[in-house]
Ligand binder design. Sequence first.
Ligand SMILES: *Cc1c(COP(=O)(O)O)cnc(C)c1O
Length: 380
Amino acid sequence: MIPFNKPFIIGNELKYIEDAVKSGKISGDGIFTKKCQDFFQAKYSFPKVLLTTSCTDALEMAAILCDIKEGDEVIVPSYTFVSSANAFALRGAKIIFADSYSDNPNVDPESIEKLITPKTKAIVPVHYAGIACDMEKILNLAKMHNLFVIEDAAQAIDSYYTFSNGTKKALGSIGHFAAFSFHETKNIIAGEGGMLVINHPEYFERAEIIREKGTNRSAFFRGEVNKYGWVDIGSSFLPSEIIAAFLFAQLEHLDTIQEKRKQIWENYYYSLQDLDNNKLIKLPKIPNYATNNGHMFYIVCNSYEERSSLINHMKSKEIHPVFHYLSLNKSEYYLKNNDLFEMPNSDKFTDCLLRLPFYYELSAEEQYKIIDTIKEYAKN
Ligand SMILES: *Cc1c(COP(=O)(O)O)cnc(C)c1O
């Protein structure tokens, strides 16, 4: 059976966990947490990084930092993971769903623009498959209406956006805040894990406080205050050193991981290109302003029925492809308080997008088995 995903170990993961245990400190914010945060700040020019226990937690921290409250509206793509919306719903915001482009699951800035009202407080672009949203357009809308931009960069490690003046910036460094994931299905893994990127210094201190249960404990450990206490709302968003140790071992091999993943992606892409030329499926499109970080390989089938029968065919050959999001505007929770409406592009990706098995240890042989199975199916 070729699974959809397989977690992997690439270097010193187990040794570093042992080192952390032997060091006598495995709660949060020890040596490995600092090493990971420093790594990201240096490599991607992120002004400040805080490791969290998940991307979901990082999004919840961002919602608190934006002071989202009841009555606020937050614009989120309909085609995304629940956490992109849930983090803001938890603070009482009304979630307003925007649609994808017709040929790219990312949110269409024109769809966002139509939804902005005086109550809008934030926009949450999600870089689907690690491919950048059109951030220049989104930033312009945000500036014009004084809105926060929170990048859901869960899938977007090591990917970039190029502005029209030629400036190239890492995804996660563009909005006010960004949330990344190290869940076992992402490029760089720690089991469960995430990080919040804070791009404006005025939020650094409050972010530390929110992450430490609403206390100024981080400042206390740095010797900046002589006692610590309850100063704000917050929760326990910091991961243990065991998670950070695992993560740091992966980071030491980030370039190798990325190179391998991009190779897998390109092999899928070039091997399946004639099916796209013959309009049997559609392959992902990477806009000129975006880079590919080899996070995911998806195809778009012509219909729900074609996707279902392709899934069945692949499963009969012991290959496990997986479809992805169900439009959030049609979710059970949203429909409890809102009317049903159509979101044509998001609905199309809900019905027709299919993700192929993709993991670091996927062998060339396994990849050709997957490619041949799809081609053989398409012929019939
Ligand atoms: C994986 C993912 C998340 C959630 O990440 P966790 O670390 O599991 O909380 C959120 N948004 C998107 C777009 C994701 O792909």
